[in-house]
Design a protein around this ligand. Sequence first.
Ligand code: 9MR
Length: 746
Amino acid sequence: MKRRRTTLLSLAALLGTALTALPASQAGAEETEQIRNGTFDAGADAWWSTNVTAAPSEGRLCADVPGGTVNRWDSGIGQDGITLVKGETYRFSFAASGVPEGHVVRAIVGQSVAPYATWQEASPVLGETAGSYSYTFTAPVDSTEGQVAFQVGGSAEPWRFCLDDVSLLGGVPPEVYEPDTGPRVRVNQVGYLPAGPKNATLVTDATAKLPWALRSAAGATVARGWTVPRGLDVSSGQNVHSVDFGAYRTRGTGLTLAVDGEISHPFDIGAAAYERLRRDAVKYYYPQRSGIAIRDDLRPGYGRAAGHVGVAPNQGDTSVPCQPGVCDYTLDVSGGWYDAGDHGKYVVNGGIAAWELLSTHERALTARTGDPAELGDGTLALPESGNKVPDVLDEARWELEFLLRMQVPDGQALAGMVHHKIHDQQWTGLPLLPSNDPQKRELHPPTTAATLNLAATAAQAARLYKPYDKAFAARALTAARKAWTAALAHPAVYADPADGTGGGAYNDDNVTDEFYWAAAELYLSTGERAFADRVLNSPVHTADVFVPRGFDWSRTAAAARLDLATVPSKLPGRDKVRRSVVAGADTYLATLRGQAYGMPYAPENNSYDWGSAHQVLNNAVVIATAYDITGASKYRDGAVQAMDNILGRNALNISYVTGYGDVAAEQLHNRWYARVLDPSLPGPPAGTLAGGPNSSIQDPVAQAKLKGCVGQFCYIDDIESWSTNETAINWNAALARMASFVADQG
Ligand code: 9MR
């Protein structure tokens, strides 16, 4: 098809935007077409094809795609030799159809040579009549080895793909992305506890207080009051008011809040949703399991073949070599959970995730509102349900067994140390079932952080599994001690920050907190003086560990402090430890009160971190623990209120938990819950936490759409936005722990 000449002028006219609205540099840029013969007027000239029969047809290029391939990239059409300029914005567009309908094309702009970096990708589901697709992105690098490709493999059945009007236009103005934030009144879309706090946030230009009305599902006003103007909210850049309707305590469903001409999304007053969420947040882990087939009878819609058990095309995790030059043995490191939306398995993240699940159970043993039966045997529909062991412990053990396999065996130079991670040699694309991953798997070097992480979690496991499996408890403690000794002998072996091809780096070059955490767990499980001394002599023991960004896989001191404060022991000065947790909670409570959106999270420079949603939750865990310690209702209410922010009381008016709330995250970045990319796959299971706002927006989709975003706005519900919208095992553990706490308060 002949292409219309696109000029900057016609584009501006099309958008109805004044040119003066564009920064001078962009307004001055020339729009330049990068694709040769994109309209196929010259047949198939300049295009290559792989494993398809491609030929011009009625002014388009059509390809008969064979069935029976596994990966998207097994068949395709493309053009190489494209030059891209770093920082320049491009519009990638094309028209495409597929017969029969429902097939997917993975359309990418990326590197034509190894390591095949992808700078823009989209995977629309095609119809029988041609649809037009258009995407804007900014090139992250300079390259003369650019490529545009249309990957059409991965279908069991043959189909016909037709393509036209392929364009890669340089020098276009960056797209202006406006998120749909719905009604200006923001509530917890899931529910408020009858006797708990009930707060909402209104976005408005009004400076004076406004009347609000709480309405029943039938529309009757059941309570009224006035908003409190809060001025400019730094986390969102909005002018806001807050609403407190905590005096209303009657259970109900489908309530709404009406204020300033807006009506909120509906919500419940009741605890039922938290009982469900408590379990869903932990049920999340079973379909994350590696090395085992997922049973469809236990997770309808999620049944799949076992991943990485050595069945082709997998190379398997049963006998994994090291990266070249790192070791000359292989290890069986099968099992464990996939980290996130990728197929990697990383000890430091697996460890903190296992710790937080174990701690959810351990809290239930000691806290006044805890009850271990809530996640007990038979509650989570696991293959192990019915074995008389609490299901949460069965799930955590799947990971613990993997972590133990990552330890360097006796007889090797670094015996007792723990390999940092195991993952693919190269990054793979989406979608990709674990069992279809063809990449070579490699062990990466042992590190002190991973070693101490195993020491901590295996030591914690030793005390928690003792009532159920003495042999496992003893094996875990032996491994923990061995790891501890190895870490002392190799106290500063760090992961390489550049080791991020095919998997995340998870680098951390400060392990004083990991030493403290491991010593704390070893002390709590053994009561031994030597470990108590390590705890008491650590500089971390008296430091303020409750920092604004909270704890996570790299900042583990708080994990130690929370356990030292709550797990019974004879630690000298234990009261002081408990007071330090309460002081940390006071800080987070003050933060929460200072924020019109009610989250105990205010990172330095309003710079939201990767996985901020779980950091909000982990800060809430500290407040919740202060409640467990003191019984003071202000801590219970603060911890419960923090959940509102995760479930919809936020600038984007979105629940970050799938399946919870009227408008919830749906398109989480994950290779096998990729329904938006492949209709035969499921979406993420209900109760999966999204990463949440991330000011650094590292992925191309977020960079294209969210440039210049303020705090809470640095999030997009797009499956390709791996830096804001991934799922991860450590993040869901924070959700599990808080959902359990809130359910216990109901
Ligand atoms: O959650 C991790 C975040 O704290 C790091 O800053 C980031 C970069 O190293 O990696 C995040 O973890 C990702 C990991 O590297 C690979 N699997 C997916 C994880 C979640 O996005």
